[in-house]
Design a protein around this ligand. Structure first.
Ligand SMILES: Nc1ncnc2c1ncn2[C@@H]1O[C@H](COP(=O)(O)OP(=O)(O)O)[C@@H](O)[C@H]1O
Ligand SMILES: [Mg+2]
Length: 234
């Protein structure tokens, strides 16, 4: 359902050009669970931003559910992002003046979901990420890990078919990381497609496949099906 072919993206800084993604081919099927790993600067966030329709590529093709993303207009892109994609940013991107509850409700503001329903869903998700007692707090009144969890709840509130998370456990303690990964496992179990960037091998082990980026290219794809089956029969 997400298909990248020969996808390239460069950034120009003064007279130097950085090739952040270099002819990437990747196919991610519905209900796949993919971990993206690779050194800092290898293009992981750029790839996530393109998958999340937040930025376009320079060349190549990105098809999302059979549609060529480059051919969609702004309204169509906004609709896809709003209905199908849940994005957890590396930098959280929370609104400072809004409470945790209001931040999580935000993606539903322009949907058909009523305000009451939005409030209920946001509350349930904040409880799930362990922030039931922090709903009225603003980002400045929360720790990095708590903000991270608000961002995760916000990404899930529209029940997206694809969850994109850029280092979602980067600021979390190991207990909270495990809770978040359990939540992702549940989402995967209920049919959602999960794509997560991580530096941590044990986080990546939750995925079915590990894609390793090096210098903007796919260095390796490790399939995990056999190991997962081995675990079940062990
Ligand atoms: N907005 C930008 N402007 C200029 N260069 C950028 C920008 N975003 C990323 N880059 C460069 O592109 C490369 C890939 O970056 P990024 O996708 O953020 O990698 P990663 O997430 O793997 O650390 C890096 O060399 C980075 O410096
Ligand atoms: Mg990054």
């Amino acid at each position: 359902m997400l298909s990248l072919r020969g996808l390239s993206k460069s950034y120009t800084m003064g007279d130097s050009v950085v090739r952040a993604l270099d002819e990437v081919d990747l196919f991610i099927s519905s209900n796949d669970y993919v971990a993206i790993m690779g050194p800092s600067g290898s293009g992981k966030s750029t790839l996530m931003n393109i998958l999340g329709c937040l930025t376009g590529a320079d060349s190549g093709s990105y098809q999302l559910e059979g549609k060529e993303v480059a051919e969609l207009d702004d309204d169509q892109l906004a609709m896809i992002r709003n209905r199908h994609i849940g994005f957890v940013f590396q930098s959280f991107n929370l609104q400072a003046r809004r409470t945790a509850l209001e931040n999580v409700m935000l993606p539903l503001r322009f949907s058909e979901v009523s305000r009451d329903e939005a409030k209920t869903r946001a509350t349930v998700l904040l409880q799930k990420v362990g922030l039931g007692d922090r709903m009225a707090h603003r980002p400045s009144e929360m720790s990095g890990g708590q903000r991270q969890r608000v961002a995760i709840a916000r990404a899930l509130v529209n029940n997206p078919s694809v969850v994109l998370a850029d280092e979602p456990t980067g600021n979390l303690d190991s207990k909270t990381s495990r809770d978040i990964m359990k939540l992702f496992d549940e989402l995967h179990g209920s049919g959602q497609t999960i794509i997560v960037v991580t530096h941590e091998e044990d986080i990546a082990q939750h995925a079915q496949r590990i894609v390793i980026l090096r210098d903007g290219k796919i260095g390796e794809i490790k399939e995990k099906h056999c190991e997962a089956l081995a675990d079940v029969t062990a």
